[in-house]
Design a protein around this ligand. Structure first.
Ligand SMILES: NC(=O)c1ccc[n+]([C@@H]2O[C@H](COP(=O)([O-])OP(=O)(O)OC[C@H]3O[C@@H](n4cnc5c(N)ncnc54)[C@H](OP(=O)(O)O)[C@@H]3O)[C@@H](O)[C@H]2O)c1
Length: 261
């Protein structure tokens, strides 16, 4: 059993990681800027919760004290991304190294090393901070989560549509499958200072996935093809978001939809 710190453990991936690490018998501490109420869906029974801000450094020393392994599942969008991914990672790894944390596992995204998209570049900077640090680091790059792909489709809701980016394929993965790989890495799977890619069980076109979403939800919305502009669109159309050779034997999109998500 190790003492495991999950940074961003109140978020989507972080909650799954926290539940997986608790289930495996680790002593789990979750750190985020806001601690959830114990009756909220963010709260995982068996984990301890502390407030810490990796950007300002508030509460960080208390959070890492006595920790063996940290798993970073923090996230931010827009202008905050660079702060959380670069400054936050710097603060975190320096404090962790000072307090004798043995190992770090970072959750990243497939394609961050091959894209000019601002968010991906911020993630690439975050990865470099970890890989250049004295901590024994595993970077786990995952493909798009089922929830994220669904959120893209549902952005068409105000138009009565399901948006399907044209020329794009996804290999969506369940956060529970991502969590298993992250906790394996926290327990020492993989090589020190390595990058591990993981993807969902199948690569499918956005159109086919959108059809599955439509059927599963019994929706009358029509499927609206959209051309995604910018660096994200070109990264995805080039298939740089895929890792078919690293497909997990896990929950596919259709099966995930059947769970009522
Ligand atoms: N979405 C996808 O399809 C996908 C695919 C592959 C990889 N990923 C990666 O997965 C990671 C997690 O994504 P997610 O969607 O699960 O995130 P999320 O639900 O947005 O959760 C983000 C977490 O980070 C915490 N956080 C944000 N700023 C913080 C700060 N300054 N200090 C401490 N904690 C902070 C949040 O809590 P507070 O706000 O309370 O601080 C929250 O717990 C991201 O790094 C993302 O790049 C995502």
């Amino acid at each position: 059993m190790s003492r495991v710190l999950v940074i961003g453990g109140t978020g989507l991936a972080g909650r799954a990681v926290t539940a997986e690490a608790v289930e495996r018998g680790h002593e789990v501490v979750v750190a985020a800027r806001r601690v959830p109420d114990d009756d909220s869906e963010q709260y995982v029974l068996g984990a301890a919760y502390v407030t810490a801000d990796i950007v300002t450094g508030d509460g960080l020393e208390e959070a890492v004290d006595g920790v063996d392994v940290l798993i970073d599942t923090s996230n931010a969008v827009g202008k905050q991304a660079a702060h959380v991914f670069a400054t936050g990672a710097q603060n975190l790894v320096h404090t962790a190294a000072r307090f004798g944390v043995r190992r770090a596992v970072l959750l990243s995204v497939v394609g961050t090393d091959r894209s000019a998209y601002g968010y991906y570049r911020a993630k690439a900077a975050q990865e470099r901070v970890y890989l250049d640090s004295p901590l024994d680091t595993r970077v786990v790059r995952a493909t798009q989560f089922h929830d994220f792909v669904t959120a893209i489709f549902d952005r068409g809701r105000p138009l009565g549509a399901i948006l399907a980016p044209s020329g794009v394929r996804f290999q969506p993965i369940a956060v529970t499958d991502v969590a298993r790989v992250l906790v394996d890495a926290a327990e020492g799977a993989g090589e020190p200072d390595s990058v591990i890619a993981i993807g969902g069980p199948r690569v499918e076109s956005a159109r086919d996935l959108a059809e599955q979403r439509k059927r599963a939800s019994g929706s009358r919305r029509y499927i609206l093809p959209i051309r995604l502009g910018g660096a994200l669109g070109s990264t995805w159309r080039a298939g740089r978001n895929l890792a078919p050779e690293h497909a997990v034997d896990g929950v596919g999109y259709g099966a995930w939809l059947e769970t009522g998500a």
